[in-house]
Design a binder for this molecule. Structure first.
Ligand SMILES: Cc1cc2nc3c(=O)[nH]c(=O)nc-3n(C[C@H](O)[C@H](O)[C@H](O)COP(=O)(O)O)c2cc1C
Length: 224
C-alpha cells in the first residue's frame, strides 16, 4: 500500500479473525517500528509480547476498571478522563456503570497483545514543571506505538492503541514483573481484522490548522 493510503486507512481494529499473528511477522513489524523517533534518540521503548490467555484476560479485566468511568462520562456527554473539565460522575455512578465489552474484549480475544512500555530513566520530560498534565514524555513512545500499527497494516494485520489499563499501572507492573521506573504506555491487541475500514472520520485541515496565531484564518487547501 502507498504510504498515504496506509496513513489514511490505519483504523482502530477491535475485532479479529481466528488467524494467528506468527512470531516472524510480529518480528518484522517490530523491526520496522523501531525506526520511530524518541527524545535524544534514547529509544526507551520496551515491549512485552503476551500470548498467554490468562495474562490477556487479566489485562482486559484491568482495562475494565477505567472503562467504567470512561463509559459513565460518555453517558453524561463528557470528554472522559479529561484533566481540564472536572467530571460530574460520582463514585457510585461509576461503580454501577458497566465496562463496554468493546473496550475490554479485544484484549482478551486478540491472538497477541503487546504491552508497550517506556523506561522513564531515559525520557526527557520538558513539561515536567508546568502546571498541567504531562504531554512531552509520551512523544518518546507513541510514535513507536503508531509505527507498530502502520507496519501491522502493511502486513495485513491491525490493532488498537489502548490506554485504559494504564490507570491500573501498578497492577500491570506486578502482573508482568516490570520495574517501577518502567511506565505502561499501551496495551495493544493485534490480529487479522474481521473488516477493513478505509474511510476514517477525521476533521478537515481547515478545522484545526490556522495561519500565524490562535484564532487566525483557517489553513485551507490553496485555491480551495
Ligand atoms: C492515546 C490513545 C488512547 C486510546 N485508548 C483506547 C482504549 O483504551 N481503548 C480503545 O478501544 N481504543 C483506544 N484508542 C483508540 C481510539 O479510540 C481510536 O484511535 C479512535 O477512536 C479513532 O478510531 P479509527 O481510527 O478507527 O477511526 C486510543 C487511541 C489513542 C491515540
Amino acid at each position: 500500500m502507498d504510504l498515504y493510503d496506509v496513513m489514511r486507512r490505519t483504523f482502530a481494529a477491535r475485532e479479529f479473525t481466528a488467524d494467528p499473528l506468527p512470531d516472524d511477522v510480529l518480528f518484522t513489524i517490530l523491526d520496522h517500528a523501531r525506526f520511530a523517533p524518541s527524545g535524544g534518540n534514547r529509544q526507551g521503548w520496551r515491549v512485552i509480547v503476551v500470548r498467554d490467555q490468562r495474562t490477556k484476560e487479566t489485562l482486559a479485566a484491568l482495562s475494565g476498571i477505567a472503562a467504567k468511568r470512561y463509559a459513565a462520562q460518555v453517558q453524561l456527554g463528557e470528554n472522559p478522563w479529561n484533566t481540564i473539565v472536572p467530571t460530574a460522575a460520582d463514585a457510585t455512578t461509576i461503580e454501577r456503570t458497566l465496562a463496554p465489552a468493546r473496550l475490554t474484549e479485544p484484549i482478551a480475544r486478540a491472538p497477541v497483545v503487546l504491552v508497550i512500555c517506556v523506561d522513564l530513566r531515559v525520557v526527557a520530560s520538558m513539561d515536567q514543571d508546568l502546571d498541567r498534565v504531562g504531554i512531552v514524555s509520551g512523544a518518546s513512545i507513541y510514535p513507536f506505538a503508531w509505527n507498530i500499527l502502520l507496519a501491522a497494516r502493511h502486513e495485513g494485520f491491525a490493532g488498537t492503541i489502548t490506554t485504559l489499563a494504564v490507570a491500573q499501572e501498578g497492577k500491570v507492573q506486578e502482573l508482568l514483573g516490570l520495574p517501577s521506573y518502567v511506565a505502561v504506555c499501551s496495551v495493544m491487541p493485534l490480529g487479522r481484522p474481521v473488516r477493513d475500514l478505509t474511510r476514517l472520520r477525521r476533521t478537515p485541515v481547515g478545522d484545526f490548522a490556522v495561519r500565524e496565531r490562535w484564532g487566525g484564518t483557517p489553513f485551507t487547501a490553496p485555491g480551495g
